[in-house]
Design a protein around this ligand. Structure first.
Ligand SMILES: Cc1cc2nc3c(=O)[nH]c(=O)nc-3n(C[C@H](O)[C@H](O)[C@H](O)COP(=O)(O)O)c2cc1C
Length: 425
């Protein structure tokens, strides 16, 4: 009924215009032409606007942080009152991981949780020794340990020894840590409470807003129970400039290798329904753009997005890094030692949670260390290792993680997460 009425009205309008057109004067005709042009244009605008609204809806422009992919951020305390250790896993899966690969699997009993790395969930040539994926496992372990204390468990960690090598073809999941649990008193902590608010913030920062010295002292103290990780912090402009230049050059060189781009692209999702399905990877909401630009990015086809990204200023990345008043480097005795990677991950997660609790934003910027891996895997001289060693000025320590912190222009958004049922074996 509605459809035939629409057709009828449409036909009457058209006939009316066509019948009158030959009897009109030149100026009338001109007016009529303009009117039908405007009508046509109006129809196109309405159609385009309608299509745009539909695309915006379809691409989740109006649903930031909504849908199944974001539920783990909301129901993370779900099992906290029934005594199930699953509440520890709910906290662990909210941890950071490279490209949001979430490489973790958990074997849970009432008295222990084993952490396995699913080595298939990797970024290929960008992380040829899975060094960063193991750091991600350390991030999950830190959240798990904070959740244990907050939920009434005394937890003891054993890290599995080993040295990292090149990624093998079809590797099975590998045990990297075991946590033994015994009942104890609940102890709340700021860091545990900050877990669902911690998000990597890739927006520009406010360069004039300095970080309070007490916060820097607290960062230094974070490793007091972890002698195998050292945190180096830089606030002087000359030091930050040097690190930003090394990182920016590393970024350009790394991503000019098609193998690296392929490994990274696998984890970049721009389609909203794919994000809700896969629940992992990097997504436009987490790119750090202002809200209106984010909406536009979400509506762009991938090819246009890549083209737009390639038009950015050459020094854009180092400028972004320098907008933050603090750059930090985490270093360990052995960059490719499996337990050292997990230890570094624990400290990054802890540092980022502390920052979140104090209203400070943070972002890893690891291209310089990724270039160390890249040079090693290609058998090239270790140029980047030398440059970073000069910066920290202590050859006992090997840099493995670089980050910056400050006060951001824009709030960071949550990234998607796979559900607990998909990561418990
Ligand atoms: C080992 C490691 C390396 C990372 N390197 C970078 C990086 O170089 N640049 C960046 O923007 N984010 C980096 N990240 C952050 C992840 O992309 C981020 O944790 C992931 O997308 C999940 O988002 P979330 O931290 O907001 O939960 C890194 C994270 C880890 C654990």
């Amino acid at each position: 009924m509605a459809a035939s009425q629409y057709n009828l009205q449409h036909r009457q309008e058209y006939s009316c215009g066509a019948l009158r057109f030959p009897e009109t004067s030149a100026s009338d005709r001109c007016f009529m032409q303009r009117r039908s042009f405007l009508k046509g244009t109006g129809a196109v605008i309405v159609a385009v606007a309608g299509g745009g609204v539909w695309r915006a809806y379809d691409q989740g422009v109006f649903s930031v942080g909504e849908g199944p992919a974001y539920e783990p951020w909301k129901d993370w305390r779900k099992d906290s009152n029934d005594g199930s250790p699953l509440v520890l896993v709910r906290a662990a899966i909210l941890a950071a991981s490279p490209h949001n690969t979430q490489p973790w699997l958990f074997k849970v009993t009432n008295s222990s949780i084993e952490l396995y790395i699913d080595t298939q969930r990797n970024v290929g040539a960008l992380d040829p020794y899975l060094r960063e994926e193991h750091i991600g496992m350390g991030c999950a372990l830190e959240n798990l340990m904070l959740a244990a204390t907050a939920n009434g468990y005394a937890a003891t960690v054993s890290l599995v020894p080993g040295e990292l090598g090149p990624i093998s073809a079809d590797p099975p999941p590998k045990l990297v840590a075991r946590v033994d649990l015994a009942r104890s008193n609940r102890q709340q902590s700021d860091l545990y409470d900050a877990i669902p608010r911690r998000h990597t913030n890739r927006s520009a920062y406010l360069p004039q807003k300095a970080i309070p010295p007490e916060f820097i002292d607290s960062l230094h103290r974070l490793t007091s129970d972890e002698p195998d990780v050292k945190i180096f912090l830089f606030t002087a402009e000359a030091d930050r400039k040097r690190i930003a230049e090394i990182s920016s050059a590393a970024n350009s060189e790394l991503y000019s290798d098609p193998a690296v781009t392929r490994g990274s692209d696998r984890w970049i999702h721009t389609n909203w329904s794919a994000i809700q399905k896969h629940r992992d990877g990097l997504t436009p909401d987490a790119f750090g753009a202002p809200p209106i630009a984010t909406a536009m990015i979400k509506m762009m086809p991938v090819r246009m997005l890549k083209w737009a990204a390639s038009r950015g200023p050459k020094d854009g990345y180092s400028r972004l890094m320098l907008s933050a008043p603090l750059i930090g480097i985490l270093a360990v005795p052995d960059r490719y030692g499996q337990p050292d990677c997990l230890r570094a991950g624990r400290i990054w997660q802890r540092a980022h949670l502390l920052a979140t609790a104090r209203g400070v934003a943070g972002r890893p910027c690891n291209e310089a260390v990724e270039m160390i891996d890249h040079e090693k895997s290609l058998g090239e001289p270790p140029k980047r290792a030398g440059l970073l060693a000069e910066i920290i000025g202590d050859t006992k320590w090997q840099p493995t993680f670089v980050f910056y912190m400050g006060y951001s222009k824009w709030t960071a958004r949550a990234s998607p997460r796979r559900p607990v049922k998909d990561v418990v074996v």
